[in-house]
Design a protein around this ligand. Structure first.
Ligand code: ADP
Ligand code: MG
Length: 729
């Protein structure tokens, strides 16, 4: 029996039993995390204070104290049955990495003991030669090491029956270049902190720290494991390269409001339980628009923690799904013709005085502060739209952006009717003759109109890539597989740069004798004027917007290889280097890595397409072709009139046409690939893969294969069909 029918037959009897007991969330939350409370219990006063200080201000921990912290960590871990530890990090491959070592060691005299010292806590050398480094390690130094990041708490990962103590780390080369997503993120947060505190101090001297906050919304598909295994394209590339749309797709919109299927619900309960134990504050779960598509979202957290939690979650979801004989598909576009998956990044900034800088305030003064940060954010997105676009570029996301289901590749900002009016007001009323009295009145007027904006919230524009949603911005163009660190690093950095410039501009006016508030209003007005072309309230999916955006001069880069160019412009280099986030070398390396990833992804898809055509599609089609031939021959032989096999002949002709087209195109695609593979320069190669392999062949081959799927005898078709993957569970 083919894998396909095996999968269909085995579906019956899948019940969907969850292991999640009936414990309250609060009873298990953070159970497997070395929280400050746990640290208090397992560490000496000295070690605890030192850990606390390093969490707060990146203060270095000395070796003796590190030994104490390591001992406390081991004690805690062992009390939970843990025997191994690992440095956990986020390499540029996009997943997470671990190398497990046991606490167990042998001493010189041969005696055995369990040990975990400060040195092992602080630094580890993974065998990292196979992680992407964009040439850095080759040029500078052959190895990299992982270094403990005390700002992110250690945790215990339960894998199968084993348990491992995971120490969050950053990954760096011996010459100091960062090789992961986390290190630049932490640096960008530092840059933002500094710049935002300076500006916040115009309004409130008590602000000493500003952190960025992130609440992500993870979309994903869930399908049966046996179905998954019967689709080599899903196994190897994460998406179906072929598959005719089912007779019923998402047009009835009945999935979104429907109840969660039993098996999926059991899976959700289990991965949520695992997440809670690791301190991931999941809050919502629901069906998404497409059949078999779902979403979950946590309560927002500080960006670095939220990023760790999202990467952890993706890992947990995958592991738990397998326990349920299900598979999670995190790819941006696993199925053509229905919605893909994104990962909205809700982002804001908050002060150590407890103020959300992007939430409208309670007094005229706090609203003035809100307006300042609000306008600076818009200006940053306007000035660095190309870099923001690059931060979300990937082969998977190219299928989504601009495909009428996700924001287009054009970066614009939606702020809603009320705030638009507020911006217009400032623009019109702040003039050269603007004096103290005007300023006071304007501030009061703004204060009066801003609270209304809370009502405006419901009027959400779902088609905008960067939308203000009442007390935060929602970056909606992020792909579902993405590590949020990438877009968050860029967002933090561009806001930091803009706020730094803002402070310079305001201070310059103050120096000329302008009163502080008036100076701020002037600069805000200037920023509104210079960035208003990025504001767009209409339908972002429409053709009209693409035209309008072009008129406005907004970039619209549709493919990853070209979008990535924005990472290595002089502008980008200056931005990242002056904010101490990434050096020239690191940027070049990252660009190289992303371009290489793109090539590999398209290469794999092209290969699997070719292979499926030759080994699955065409053989099935030929079988059916033979059946038709036999039939026509037989009818002729027994002397039936031509009219009795006329229809079969038509079917046979069409079938033969699709078979030859498929096979011809596959041959041509292989030729095109050979030409690309011979190219030296990675950027040129990536562009060629897009324009010479993907664009001319992927859809064309698919068209013919999908026609064959509709024609060929169902029992001969080897690949599970869309209706089976999406509707059977
Ligand atoms: P909805 O979009 O369903 O109305 P919310 O607006 O409450 O829900 O939140 C959507 C996401 O935004 C959640 O993950 C939430 O935690 C997050 N969020 C809310 N406030 C902030 C904030 N200040 N900073 C970052 N994320 C936030
Ligand atoms: Mg949302």
């Amino acid at each position: 029996m083919s894998l396909r029918f095996n999968a269909i037959n085995n579906l019956a009897g899948k019940d969907g039993v969850s292991n999640a007991g009936s414990k309250k969330i609060t009873a298990i939350f953070n159970e497997n995390v070395f929280t400050l409370k746990t640290a208090r219990e397992f560490l000496s006063d000295e070690a605890y204070k030192s850990l606390l200080a390093s969490i707060k201000g990146a203060k270095k921990i000395d070796r003796a104290v590190a030994n104490q912290i390591a001992a406390g960590l081991r004690q805690w871990a062992e009390s939970k049955g843990v025997s191994h530890y690992t440095h956990w990090f986020q390499p540029l491959t996009g997943t997470t990495a671990e190398k497990h070592d046991s606490f167990f060691t042998l001493k010189g005299d041969g005696s055995a003991l369990e040990e975990f010292d400060g040195a092992a806590l602080i630094q580890q050398e993974p065998d990292a030669s196979s992680f992407p480094n964009g040439g850095i390690r080759a040029t500078f130094e052959a190895r990299g090491y992982t270094a403990w990041d005390p700002s992110s708490p250690a945790f215990i990962m339960e894998i199968g029956t084993g348990k491992t103590l995971c120490v969050p780390t950053i990954f760096v080369s011996y010459t100091g270049e960062t090789l992961d997503y986390k290190a630049p993120l932490l640096k960008s947060l530092e840059a933002l902190n500094k710049a935002a505190v300076d500006v916040a101090n115009y309004f409130d001297k008590n602000v000493n720290k500003v952190s960025a906050t992130l609440g992500w919304e993870q979309e994903y598909f869930v399908i049966d494991e046996a179905m998954f295994n019967a689709r080599p394209d899903l196994v190897l590339s994460g998406r179906t390269v072929f598959g005719h749309s089912p007779a019923k797709g998402q047009q009835l919109e009945d999935h979104y409001f429907g109840s969660i299927p039993e098996r999926v619900y059991a899976f959700m309960r289990d991965f949520e339980t695992e997440s809670y134990k690791l301190g991931i504050p999941l809050r919502t779960r629901h069906n998404e628009v497409a059949p078999a598509q779902f979403e979950c979202a946590p309560i927002f957290e500080e960006v670095s923690v939220a990023v760790d939690h999202n990467t952890l979650l993706m890992d947990i979801m995958d592991r738990v799904a397998r326990r349920h004989k299900l598979r999670v598909l995190l790819h941006e576009k696993p199925f053509a013709g229905i919605n893909g998956s994104g990962k909205h990044n809700n982002w804001s900034m908050s002060t150590d005085t407890g103020v959300n800088l992007l939430a409208p305030g309670k007094t005229p003064k706090t609203n003035f502060m809100f307006l300042t940060f609000f306008v600076n954010t818009i200006k940053a997105v306007h000035d660095y739209a190309d870099i923001l676009r690059a931060s979300i570029a990937s082969a998977g996301n190219d299928h989504r952006l601009g495909a009428n289901e996700a924001p287009p590749a054009i970066i614009s900002v939606f702020v809603g009717g009320y705030l638009n009016k507020v911006l217009q007001d400032v623009k019109e009323r702040v003039s050269d003759k603007f004096d103290e009295q005007d300023e006071a009145i304007l501030k009061l007027d703004l204060h009066k109109s801003i609270p209304e904006l809370m009502l405006d919230n419901t009027d959400r524009n779902r088609t905008s890539p960067f939308a203000f949603t009442g007390n935060k911005f929602e970056f909606r163009a992020v792909g579902s597989t993405a590590n949020c660190a990438n877009p968050m690093t860029v967002l933090n950095t561009i806001i930091a740069e803009t706020l730094k410039q803002f402070k310079k501009d305001v201070d310059a006016l103050i120096e000329k004798g302008e009163k502080k508030e008036i100076a701020i209003m002037h600069v805000i007005r200037e920023y509104i004027v210079s960035s208003e072309k990025v504001l767009f309230e209409g339908d972002g999916y429409s053709e009209a917007w693409a035209k309008e955006a072009e008129k406005r001069g907004l970039p619209n880069v549709k493919t990853t290889p070209l979008a990535l160019d924005a990472l290595v412009t002089e502008k980008a280099k200056h931005l990242f280097e002056s904010n101490n986030v990434l050096t020239h070398v690191e940027l070049e390396a990252r660009h190289e890595i992303e371009v290489e990833k793109y090539i590999k992804r398209v290469q794999i898809e092209a290969r699997i397409m070719g292979e499926l055509c030759t080994s699955h599609i065409i053989p099935s089609a030929i079988k059916y072709q033979n059946t038709l031939i036999q039939n026509i021959k037989g009818l002729k032989e027994v002397g039936m009139p031509e009219s009795s096999y006329k229809n079969q002949t038509v079917i046979l002709e069409r079938l033969s046409h699709y078979i030859s087209k498929t096979s011809e195109l596959v041959v041509q695609m292989i030729e095109a690939r050979k030409i690309c593979n011979a190219m030296e320069d990675t950027r040129t190669k990536a562009i060629a893969y897009e324009s010479q392999v993907k664009a001319p062949f992927f859809d064309a081959i698919r068209y013919h294969v999908d026609k064959l799927e509709l024609m060929v005898d169902d029992k001969e078709w080897l690949l599970p069909k869309y209706r089976e993957m999406l509707f059977l569970r």
